[in-house]
Design a protein around this ligand. Structure first.
Ligand SMILES: Cc1cc2nc3c(=O)[nH]c(=O)nc-3n(C[C@H](O)[C@H](O)[C@H](O)COP(=O)(O)OP(=O)(O)OC[C@H]3O[C@@H](n4cnc5c(N)ncnc54)[C@H](O)[C@@H]3O)c2cc1C
Length: 455
């Protein structure tokens, strides 16, 4: 059936990057087919109904402030439906108890503004010695840096090991389920890497920049699924043909055209966007280019488990309103972080109950009940809850997020040089792991096609 049609472009993968790419091309009048293997669009975005409320198994935050993606959301009428968290306050488990995370530390860099120094020093995140070392950062220079450096190495050099262990590890490794000893500072925090490379003080530089960029945490009243649904409607209104439940099995390039093979169809198109995880892209290109397939398979993924736990209100010991907390990897806990969904998001508020979402280190040999049990025990140990949840739902992500390992930018450069003509890669593996940056990467793949094929 589909084989009778010829499309300007076929997009493989209906996550946020594939949806964004399809919309951008369709807005420019291109004939687009979007193929998604699952029965629903959204990819990692998986909003779940649990008892009488909604929660998330994947991301719960869309960060706005990425211009191209914000503009697409505006055109699709999504922007006006965005909601904001009830509270942005969060904590870190440090030095044997939960400690309030100073807002100014959200970039990972202590600010030298007086008020921020006061909040940082009184947070108790570090010992007096740890604070003294962190504040001496301007004297520790790593200029002349030419190679990539892990996040751990960069922050240890600049701010000392205690700051890195108690603040940076949970902030940048935390819910990603990845080790900051292997994450590339150049690819994961390029703005920080560049300033350090120029031999400048990070604290002084970022104190001056504070308040100049406006990133906001958002969702919708239907969770992040709300965004996917609105984008789907907008895509269809612009003529995108969307097929779900249809996995692409292989692709071939013949006489200047792509053939996209599914179980039942062979579809022809002149341009192809691969908006799938890099390990899927690696398999799909294996018969066309072994080298590209190998390079794509070199991007590793982290695994993590999310467990949504519903507790009776009386079993939750915290009375303060905050959105969640992070746990350093060396704390002895399997928990890496928690989102207090019913306090953070109005859509997850419950009557007489609280909904807590836990991120737990994944263990491939353990059954689902293990995660509920382990999260319940550790939440009680930390002092958040007592007893066992009334209801729970567990999602084990074997390949949750691409890990931008040291040398990631060189790897991406090689991949881009190797990609065959008229094929474009989009999504989290390449240039930013978040929902918004994945959207931007889809838009940019579409822009490349548009600039090469002006109509
Ligand atoms: C637990 C977790 C929490 C996260 N939290 C946040 C957060 O709070 N904020 C944030 O910004 N980011 C967060 N992220 C990251 C973010 O969700 C993802 O990086 C982003 O959504 C990825 O989008 P994508 O389009 O690149 O890929 P995906 O969402 O992976 O989409 C790829 C799509 O391709 C489809 N596909 C695969 N193979 C085929 C095939 N052969 N044929 C057709 N289709 C195929 C898949 O089914 C999928 O729908 C989180 C991720 C996880 C896992």
């Amino acid at each position: 059936m589909l084989g009778n049609q010829k499309y300007d472009a076929v997009v493989i993968g209906g996550g946020i990057s594939g949806l964004s790419a399809s919309i951008k091309l369709a807005e420019a009048g291109r004939k687009i087919l979007l193929l998604e293997s699952q029965n629903e669009l959204g990819g990692k975005i998986r909003t779940l109904s649990l008892t009488e409320t909604l929660t998330e198994e994947g991301p719960d935050e869309l960060i706005t402030g990425y211009k191209k993606f914000d503009e697409l959301l505006t055109r699709a009428n999504v922007f006006d439906s965005l909601i904001y968290p009830e509270t942005s306050r969060f904590y870190i488990y440090s030095r044997n108890r939960l400690r309030r995370f100073p807002e100014s530390l959200i970039t990972g860099i202590p600010s030298f503004n007086l008020n921020d120094i006061y909040n940082f020093v009184t947070s108790g995140l570090l010992s007096p010695k740890g604070y003294a070392r962190a504040m001496l950062e301007p004297f520790f220079k790593i200029n002349g840096l030419s190679d990539d450096l892990s996040i751990r190495a960069l922050f240890e050099k600049k701010f000392g090991s205690e700051f890195t262990k108690n603040v940076i590890d949970p902030l940048f490794g935390g819910i990603m389920g990845a080790d900051i000893s292997i994450i590339s500072s150049r690819s994961y925090v390029p703005y920080i890497y560049q300033v350090a490379k120029d031999g400048k003080s990070l604290s002084i530089y970022f104190s001056r920049k504070r308040g100049t960029r406006h990133f906001k945490i958002t969702s919708t009243l239907n969770g992040l699924r709300g965004i996917v649904e609105m984008l789907r409607k907008y895509a269809e209104k612009n003529g995108v043909k969307i097929i779900t439940g249809m996995a692409v099995k292989s692709v071939e390039y013949m006489n200047g055209n792509w053939n996209i093979n599914t179980e039942t169809d062979r579809i022809k198109c002149s341009r192809l966007i691969m908006a799938v995880p890099s390990y899927v892209a690696s398999k799909l290109v294996r018969d066309i280019d072994k080298n590209l397939s190998f390079l794509l398979s070199s991007i590793k993924y982290s695994g993590i488990t999310t467990a949504n736990l519903v507790y009776k209100e009386a079993s939750v010991r915290l009375h303060e309103k905050f959105s969640g907390f992070l746990v350093p990897s060396n704390s002895g806990f399997k928990l890496r972080g928690c989102t207090l969904m019913s306090r953070k998001w109005s859509y997850a508020r419950m009557k007489d109950h609280e909904l807590i979402r836990c991120f737990i280190n994944r263990d491939p040999l353990k059954p689902e009940e293990y995660y509920t049990q382990s999260a319940a025990e550790e939440l009680a140990q930390i002092g958040i809850t007592e007893g066992y949840p009334e209801k729970s739902s567990v999602k084990v992500w074997d390949s949750a997020l691409p890990v931008y390992a040291i040398g990631h930018s060189e790897l991406i450069k090689k991949i881009n040089e190797t990609v065959p003509p008229n094929m474009y890669l989009a999504g989290a593996p390449y240039n930013g792991v978040g929902v918004a940056s994945s959207g931007v990467s889809g838009i940019e793949a579409a822009e490349k096609i548009m600039s090469e094929t002006e109509k």
